[in-house]
Write a protein that binds this ligand. Structure first.
Ligand code: FAD
Length: 411
């Protein structure tokens, strides 16, 4: 072997093969680059042990590289969504993302693929097609009955290797937050968590290089003080997670046609099953902020846990739910599951009544798309009034009972 002016022979263990069937070119390049460096440096070393250590370091690095696969950029690749199933039911966030994927794919001129994993889950494929999928990649296996990180990530990565999508979207749910980083790490791609918007655009680097049609992954950063746009132009697929409710749920079109692509991924490697599910206990959702048509939300201005009782009464009368700002949660007026905003739930009800909430950007980002907003605040300069359709300047302790009375009188 002769590299960079140094000739000699080194034995590479079988595991450090020059190429892999999936991505030979890239791995070939990596190892050639490492060996090049080694041989260049080796000329300067007198002691063979130094060279040996150097080889070990290189091979360790190579094996690390090899533990993940890099997907070659595929500008014709599909836009993919992970279909999350809980207790046999398809989660809304997956339908929301399928609708968003449809829009992104139409801009790119490519198809939408949805990855559906589980056991006896095929029945939801038609629904995914109705919401915008062209292809549903279906892998059914008894061992996929319950979500487990390793087997799910393995199957997902195998599908990515085979089809090379350019974008992968996953719900920022507990399951999605567990799966997405595993898949991103295995494919050595980037992952932007909790995106609030996704768009397609050309991106020009400072040096003038233009990257056409990248996924702009928009999310708040630095404690919500800036909105960052993140792009990934070299290590694909471009991956992002999005919380439930952030993307609007589109309309189902039951006339849409799509393909169900049945795939089989061998799941014989026992190391994928070191975690055994003994028992699953799911607590029922007590609160459905995401699906509520009316929300009565309280902030620090409500003043106490006891004062929140009037908000619960009003929400009850209107057939809605109660929500809260982070200050209300931090003050112990209400539990964290009620929090609305950037680090809480994103909501889009027909009516949002904000009581004693100032309207900080982190709160507004979770509720500003509500169809009608009524704000009640003592301070007429409170920022919440800038997005409210109706504003009431007054004390919540007086205004909320008046609203309740008015509603009851009108029936
Ligand atoms: P305040 O800002 O204290 O406002 C209270 C309001 O009540 C004032 O406008 C006051 O005039 C009014 N008021 C007082 N007494 C009365 C009364 N008797 N009657 C009527 N009005 C009255 N916040 C969220 O809400 N959700 C989030 O998800 C969230 N995520 C965050 C993430 C990060 C990284 C950071 C840094 C902050 C986040 N915040 C979030 C906090 C956010 O910045 C604000 O601090 C918070 O929204 C303020 O809550 P508030 O409006 O209830 O309280």
């Amino acid at each position: 072997m002769r590299v960079g002016g140094w000739s000699g022979r080194i034995e590479l263990p079988a595991s450090a093969a020059y190429s892999t069937p999936t991505n030979g070119k890239t791995h070939g390049k990596i190892i050639t680059k490492f060996l090049h460096t080694l041989f260049e440096n080796a000329q300067h070393y007198e002691h063979p042990a130094v060279v040996k250590n150097c080889i070990i370091a290189i091979l360790t690095r190579y094996n690390l590289e090899k533990s993940g696969i890099m997907i070659e950029k595929n500008t014709q690749g599909e836009v993919w969504v992970y279909a999350e199933i809980q207790e046999g039911a398809l989660q809304n966030v997956s339908l929301e993302l399928t609708g968003k994927a449809r829009k992104l794919a139409d801009t790119l001129g490519v198809a939408v693929g949805v990855v559906l994993l589980g056991n006896n889950v095929a029945q939801v494929a038609e629904k995914l097609i109705a919401y915008g999928a062209d292809q549903v990649y279906l892998v059914e296996d008894k061992v996929l009955s319950d979500y487990r990180t390793d087997p799910y990530a393995h199957v997902f990565v195998e599908l990515i290797k085979k089809y090379r999508p350019q974008i992968v979207l996953i719900g920022a749910t507990p399951q999605g937050r567990d799966l997405a980083p595993r898949v991103a790490s295995a494919t050595q791609s980037g992952l932007t968590a909790d995106c609030t918007d996704l768009e397609i655009s050309d991106v020009t680097e400072k040096n003038g290089t233009v990257h056409p049609n990248l996924l702009l992954q928009v999310r708040p950063a630095f404690g919500g003080n800036i909105v960052a746009t993140i792009v990934n132009y070299d290590q694909w697929p471009q991956m992002a997670t999005v919380r439930e409710g952030v993307m609007p749920l589109g309309e189902a079109d039951t006339r849409r046609k799509g393909n169900i692509v049945k795939e089989t991924v061998p799941l014989t490697d026992q190391s994928l099953f070191v975690v055994e599910v003994i028992k699953r206990e799911l607590e029922k959702r007590k609160l459905n902020l995401g699906g509520a048509k009316v929300i009565v939300a309280g902030g620090a201005g409500v003043g106490s846990k006891e004062n929140f009782a009037a908000l619960f009464e009003l929400a009850d009368a209107l057939g809605g739910e109660v929500g809260g700002s982070r200050a209300a949660v931090d003050n112990g007026f209400i539990g964290p599951e009620y929090q609305i905003g950037q680090t809480g739930t994103t909501v889009r009800p027909a009516l949002y009544i904000a009581c004693g909430i100032s309207g900080a950007i982190q709160h507004r980002s979770g509720m500003q798309d509500s169809a009608k907003i009524i704000a009640v605040n003592m301070d007429r300069e409170a920022p919440i009034f800038s997005i409210a359709h109706y504003g009431i300047v007054g004390d919540v302790k007086q205004v909320v009972p008046m609203l309740l009375q008015a509603f009851r009188e009108r029936g």
